[in-house]
Design a protein around this ligand. Sequence first.
Ligand SMILES: NC(=O)c1ccc[n+]([C@@H]2O[C@H](COP(=O)([O-])OP(=O)(O)OC[C@H]3O[C@@H](n4cnc5c(N)ncnc54)[C@H](OP(=O)(O)O)[C@@H]3O)[C@@H](O)[C@H]2O)c1
Length: 264
Amino acid sequence: MDLQLKQKTALVTGSTKGIGRAIAESLAQEGVNVIINGRSIETVDQVQRTLQLQYPDVSISAAPFDLSQEAEREALYHQFPKVDILVNNMAIFEEATFAELTLEEWRHYFEVNAIVGIALSKFYLPRLLQKDADGRIIFIASEAAVMPSPEMPHYSMTKAMNLSLAKSLSLQTAGTTVTVNTVMPGSTLTEGVESLLESLYPDIASLTERERLFMLNNRPTSTIQRLITPQEIGDFVTYVASPKAGAFSGEALRMDGGIVPTMN
Ligand SMILES: NC(=O)c1ccc[n+]([C@@H]2O[C@H](COP(=O)([O-])OP(=O)(O)OC[C@H]3O[C@@H](n4cnc5c(N)ncnc54)[C@H](OP(=O)(O)O)[C@@H]3O)[C@@H](O)[C@H]2O)c1
């Protein structure tokens, strides 16, 4: 299938590792010029160089900005005023119970996981609408958006906000070829999740065995009983970013290995 993505430009927030990096790589494979983002200049440059070597036919750019800071967002807009695809991927997450969480931490999660996507959409959506050429905004939420985790109530709340915002923004696109959607991954084998498995099962050397126990004990509702690969999410997001997926609008698209035990 030709996804008709060649020569488009995508900004993937938080794309130095994990799911964001996989999305960036999958897009580059399809001929998309990709803007790599993260907070550290060194890490962003390293990913930029690696992907540029791997995909010489596209342009890979570096956007080392802390997007939780307004001034750095302004610098991003100044350097990259035009994109065709915005993937609001970046988010923070950490386990904490409701009793432990301070109001300051709630505010911080709202600021990083919700406001950044709002701010970037405020800047890029009018431009996408003006161009009206299959522009895309894709939010990366989580199964926690529809199945809030008791270990991460703050994170879960912000992920539910992503769904609501994407639906609201999709209403602004009426009658155009621009779409706004959310993809909700389930537990995915990123570097962060690999470290979590290590800390949960320090006496077990095999990653496969750690993963098996994790799924059995910690993710029993997953029907695939394995972690999703970042590449699976990356390839799905690339499809949603393509003109071929133009009939998805305001959708909350689950790719969670069956972990949410409801029909929708
Ligand atoms: N992993 C999972 O199992 C899973 C499951 C469901 C949903 N998700 C969602 O998928 C998305 C990606 O998760 P992940 O696990 O791949 O994350 P990750 O491995 O922790 O990577 C986060 C990325 O965001 C960047 N980042 C963090 N704060 C930033 C900031 N203020 N400004 C710019 N960049 C920033 C990080 O780079 P620097 O540290 O260099 O800044 C890194 O590139 C998130 O929205 C998450 O909620 C993940």
